[in-house]
Design a protein around this ligand. Structure first.
Ligand code: PAF
Length: 282
């Protein structure tokens, strides 16, 4: 496995490859990332992972500076799974001030976008840059970042990018907590509470499956329960899987029966995200 730091060297390495599968990451790799890399192997003869903490997608008061940077350990984990790791410097990715940005679709202003203005614009911009640099046939992203995956699918479809976007299932700890690089910010008591976000989403899923279809009420109740346990809730939302719009009455059409329950909430200083799909198709 080669670790490559420049665009020129990466292009030289990939020049003759016909089938490249790509997993973009911000590093501090966990099983969720490694699963995507393993999945990538099924799709391409050459597997590339990138490790780049992208400043454009962090707000001024967010955790860009303290985001864990663990390149050496990450490369050790990728050994035998990836053929190349692209780990550029900030200067390599942004040699001049970035003044051209991707304007993401309006959904980028809702859900996570409501409390992280500019996040998806910065994310979409770096993802397009990375796709242009690597030029893979397939790119894989975790489904834990459901809204991100949705926006990347729109980006690829609406800009006619010659790449297939594939989502990878969320990998969970034994108690159900979705793996995330940010879980390591949690102290011991926060870590044991953290799984309650997933349990809350599972509870809503169960309620929907049992016929409770007043989504507003389900959302409101979940926010209240989380808040009472000390969570600072950004949102709990029942949305359509297809467009992430608020879910309408369940019986109206088939697409609206494929729902996703999404949530983001803060425990102490750590913002956690999770989602659970629910299909009401018979
Ligand atoms: O999901 C992430 O790790 C990042 O948002 C991504 C897609 C690598 C872009 O920086």
């Amino acid at each position: 496995m080669q670790v490559i730091h420049t665009i020129a060297a990466l292009r030289a390495r990939l020049g003759t490859e016909r089938s490249v599968a790509f997993v973009p990451t911000m590093g501090n790799l966990h099983e969720g990332h490694l699963n995507l890399v393993r999945q990538a192997r099924e799709h391409g003869s050459c597997v590339v992972a990138s490790i780049f903490v992208n400043p454009l997608q962090f707000g001024p008061s967010e955790d860009f500076d303290k985001y864990p940077r663990t390149l050496e350990a990450d490369c050790a984990k990728l050994q035998g799974l990836a053929d190349a790791v692209f780990a550029p410097s900030i200067n390599e990715m942004y040699p001049t001030q970035q003044t051209v940005f991707i304007e993401p679709p309006p959904i980028a202003n809702e859900l996570c976008g409501a409390s992280r203005p500019g996040h998806f614009r910065g994310m979409a911009t770096v993802v397009l840059k990375l796709l242009n640099i690597v030029q893979p046939q397939i790119a894989l992203f975790g489904q834990k970042d459901y809204q991100q995956l949705h926006i990347i699918r729109q980006l690829a479809a609406q800009l006619d990018l010659p790449v297939r976007i594939v989502g990878g299932e969320t990998v969970r700890a034994a108690d159900g907590l979705a793996l995330s690089s940010r879980n390591q910010y949690l102290n011991e008591s926060e870590r044991s509470e953290a799984v309650f976000l997933y349990r809350t989403l599972q509870g809503i899923r169960q309620a929907i499956l049992q016929g409770e279809h007043d989504f507003e009420q389900l959302q409101k109740r979940a926010v209240e329960v989380l808040a009472a346990r000390g969570w600072l809730v950004d949102y709990v939302a029942v949305r359509n899987q297809s467009d992430l719009q608020p879910a309408g009455p369940v019986k109206s059409d088939l697409a609206q029966r494929e729902l996703v329950i999404l949530a983001a909430a803060r425990l102490g200083n750590t913002r956690l995200l999770d989602n659970v799909e629910v299909c009401l198709v018979d």
